[in-house]
Ligand binder design. Structure first.
Ligand SMILES: Nc1nc2c(c(=O)[nH]1)N[C@H]1C(S)=C(S)[C@@H](COP(=O)(O)O)O[C@H]1N2
Ligand SMILES: [Mo]
Length: 333
């Protein structure tokens, strides 16, 4: 897969590997009045233009005050921060594991707006600051299992989703919760090109049953390893559902809509035979192309190594089993 580098060098055509990024930058310069009539290098402001774009703004994370929630700690060793922030799935920035880290650093998150609407009595909107100061921020250490059979152990910062939903007062018609990721092709190269973005129809969408969304384990995360989220992990706010495969944990969320019917979810739309709506971690139900009985725990085998371990039902969160007592989990995978 061709690597799409973000533009981090002086503006010359041959060190910009993406034509669209190049054009985009030219358009920005143009709108500022720096391009045209060959004036680029002669205007007094041109040095400003070069320093503006010469160092791409690197995304800044910051320490986030929080309290450790001792009800949610894993006995497993925590994955290194370096691994968790460099081995990612975020197809908006490319399909390679290191693409999100390489391509997401220009993501703008402030201002942000997260809307909660649909079947609620009080629709609400959180702006960037409200993401961090509307609820107590807790640290919870969760196992995180991707459907691709790798896993990590991550210290998330965030608040339970039920606190947010309760603020919006779901109506009696609300039975599901639909989530939507930011759609901003100018900053997300995968949304501009089906080749870069893995053929997904953006925006990325996900969904939960209302009882799953209200479960105390279900977290809206605004940080990890004591800091705000880096863009490759879904800044500024993403969902974390630790008993489900990772694709349910949608990143960079802008809208949460309560609905009466089951919402669509991106991977199910793409490959319905391979990815369901429920996506509960289940060692007994194989993916059509591989077994889910074991997983590769990343950053666990000393130094940089990983270790093959047995996968647990519901990723070890057996307290959620009662949510599914009437469901055939091989049919509703
Ligand atoms: N918007 C969006 N959310 C997403 C994805 C994505 O491609 N786009 N990938 C999912 C998948 S498959 C996984 S495994 C997790 C990865 O989260 P991490 O990179 O923070 O470990 O994010 C999920 N959320
Ligand atoms: Mo995943």
């Amino acid at each position: 897969m061709a690597k799409l580098k973000t533009v981090d060098q002086p503006l010359t055509e041959n060190n910009v590997t993406s034509e669209s990024l190049f054009k985009n930058r030219r358009n920005i310069l143009k709108s500022m009045g720096f391009v045209g009539a060959g004036a680029l290098l002669t205007t007094p402001q041109s040095s400003t233009a070069f320093s503006l774009f010469g160092d791409d703004p690197q995304f800044q994370t910051r320490a986030l005050p929080h309290k450790k929630n001792s009800n949610y700690i894993a006995s497993d060793a925590i994955t290194s921060e370096a691994k968790a922030t460099s081995y990612n799935n975020f197809y908006e920035f490319g399909t390679g594991k290191d693409d999100p880290k390489d391509n997401a650093q220009g993501l703008t998150v402030d201002p942000w707006s997260l809307i909660v609407d649909g079947e609620v009595e009080k629709p609400l909107k959180l702006d960037y600051d409200a993401l961090y100061n509307s609820f107590d921020i807790e640290e919870r250490i969760y196992r995180f299992r991707c459907v691709e059979a790798w896993s990590m152990v991550i210290p998330w910062l965030g608040f339970p989703l039920h606190k947010l939903l309760n603020k919006a007062l779901p109506t009696s018609k609300a039975r599901y919760v639909a989530f939507e990721t930011l759609y901003r092709p100018e900053e997300m190269p995968g949304q501009k090109s089906r080749f870069v973005g893995g053929g997904i129809d953006y925006p990325y969408v996900e969904g939960l049953r209302l009882d799953e969304a209200m479960h105390p384990l279900t977290l809206m995360s605004v940080g990890l390893y004591g800091k705000t989220l880096p863009p490759q992990n879904g800044a500024p706010i993403r969902l974390v559902v630790p008993w489900k495969y990772g694709f349910k944990s949608i990143k960079s969320v802008v809208r949460i809509r309560l609905t009466s019917t089951q919402p669509a979810n991106t991977w199910n739309i793409l490959q319905p035979r391979e990815y369901g709506f429920y996506a509960n971690v289940n060692p007994k139900v194989s993916h059509p192309r591989w077994s889910q009985a074991t997983e590769r725990r990343l950053g666990s085998g000393g130094l940089l190594g990983s270790q093959r371990i047995a996968t647990q039902a519901f990723n070890g969160y057996s307290e959620v089993a009662s949510l599914y007592k009437d469901l055939d989990l091989s049919k509703y995978f």
